[in-house]
Design a protein around this ligand. Structure first.
Ligand code: PSU
Ligand code: MN
Length: 306
């Protein structure tokens, strides 16, 4: 493998990739900006453990001191979690300057895909992706995550998208850019905290083996695009749609009233929703990440057999 000179792959991850063993990438914005300390660090470490229990090697991704990292130590995870919002939320446009300056960056879905791909990792588990925001027809707030899914060949396992986004427009955008949206065991796009959204996915797939086969064929066809797997939150952790719906509407209204915009929007909304729901949304969020980690690890194991 011809590794990028700015990239450090941990010895364990490098060995697993070289030997064709299953590896699952994990993002770090969810640690620094998506959850409060110390639950963020506890969750990040637990997710790594779940990936191991399900037969794969975890590779948490971040930028530390200007180095792109695939595979963090527990100390590095603790460092990012404690530093929290003080770490730059790093999307594609941020990477070059952060590296040039030797700074830290928490990787979003976008930059985690970029670095995973550089490191030879094909599957990535997270909570939710960015998408087309409500009101994007005037704000043009469309997450770079969608663009990255269009041209970086990594499978992203998530719990659908939060309705802080316009789910219909998000699906339209993905369709235009040729990104398959798969429902794991469902025909309906899950809405992160809830299992249903009212929107149909492109395909239902019911086993990790079939997921792996579809992604493998996409790669063999020479497509450079990603694949979005949406995995519904387990029933027992899903939230009351009326409660979470109101919390989201209130959070979106407050963001609009206070003029929050740009890269601050998503972290602001996530924090607000957690406050409004008195922490219930955080519990659901943690559980759905665990659930996605299990599916990603099993799928990575199947992909290695092909
Ligand atoms: N959605 C969530 N949880 C998250 C994020 C999004 O439900 O933690 C984070 C991810 O890192 C995602 C990023 O890639 O926010 C998207 O930010 P933006 O909307 O600014 O593109
Ligand atoms: Mn945005």
């Amino acid at each position: 493998m011809n590794l990028n000179k700015y990239l450090d792959v941990s010895p364990e991850v490098a060995q697993a990739v070289a030997q064709g063993k299953p590896v699952v990438a994990l993002e770090s914005t969810i640690i620094s900006h998506g959850m409060p300390y110390p639950q963020n660090v506890e969750t990040a470490l637990k997710v790594e453990e779940i990936i191991r229990e399900n037969g794969a090697i975890p590779a948490t991704i971040a930028v530390i001191g200007g180095r792109l990292k695939a595979g963090l130590t527990p100390d590095e995870i603790e460092y990012l979690g404690k530093k929290g919002l003080a770490v730059t939320k790093a999307s594609r446009r941020d990477l070059a300057v952060l590296v040039a300056r030797g700074e830290d960056g928490a990787t979003t879905v976008t930059t985690t895909m970029i670095i995973a791909h550089m490191a030879g990792i094909k599957i990535f588990a997270t909570g939710g992706i960015g998408g087309v925001h409500r009101g994007a027809e005037t704000t043009m707030d469309i997450s770079a995550d969608l663009e990255e899914l269009a041209h970086t060949p990594v499978m992203v396992v998530c719990a659908g998208a939060k309705s802080i986004l316009d789910l219909g427009l998000t699906l339209e955008y993905l369709e235009t850019h040729g990104v398959p949206v798969i429902g794991f065991g469902t025909k309906e796009l899950p809405a992160f905290y809830t299992r249903k959204s009212g929107f149909a996915v492109d395909y239902e797939i019911d086993t990790p083996q079939e997921l792996a086969r579809a992604f493998h064929v996409q790669q063999e066809l020479g497509f450079q695009s990603g694949m979005l797997v949406t995995n519904p939150i387990p029933e027992e952790y899903s939230m009351d749609p009326a409660v979470i719906g109101k919390a989201i509407n209130d959070a979106v209204a407050e963001a609009k009233a206070t003029g929050i915009h740009g890269k601050e929007t998503t972290p602001f909304l996530l924090a607000k929703i957690k406050d409004i729901t008195g922490g219930d949304s955080l519990d659901s969020n943690i559980q759905l990440v665990f659930n996605n980690a299990r599916l990603a690890a099993k799928t990575a194991a199947e992909l290695c057999k092909l």
